[in-house]
Design a protein. Structure first.
Length: 117
């Protein structure tokens, strides 16, 4: 049975840091692509960062230079290091993955990140 477990969300002051983790278990192969999306109240869910099995990354312009995505292919785990956080980074962050290049997206349950003074 596939399980997606996210952790690391919370509340932080502007300029602070958080690290999100997402472990996908119950899959017997390395996942094609893993990443993070976020959704603020009243807005659509948008890509934050993603990383392919080969290491190629993709970032939203708004987080470039502040956020870093990494993954452990052997453990099907993806991380998001978030530095210099801003109030506009406040959102629910969702782990996302594509098992194969042709697979539909799969999602975690989401973890809340709040940046406020």
């Amino acid at each position: 049975q596939v399980q997606v477990v996210e952790s690391g969300g919370g509340s932080v002051q502007p300029g602070g840091s958080l690290r999100l983790s997402c472990v996908v278990s119950g899959i017997g192969s390395s996942i094609f692509r893993m990443g993070w999306y976020r959704q603020a109240p009243g807005l659509q869910r948008d890509l934050v960062a993603s990383m392919g099995r080969s290491g190629i990354t993709n970032y939203a312009d708004s987080v470039k230079g502040r956020f870093t995505i990494s993954r452990d292919n052997a453990r099907n785990t993806v991380y998001l290091q978030m530095n210099s956080l801003k109030p506009e980074d406040t959102a629910v962050y969702y782990c996302n993955y594509y098992l194969y290049s042709y697979s539909p997206p799969s999602w975690g349950q989401g973890t809340q990140v709040t940046v406020s003074s």
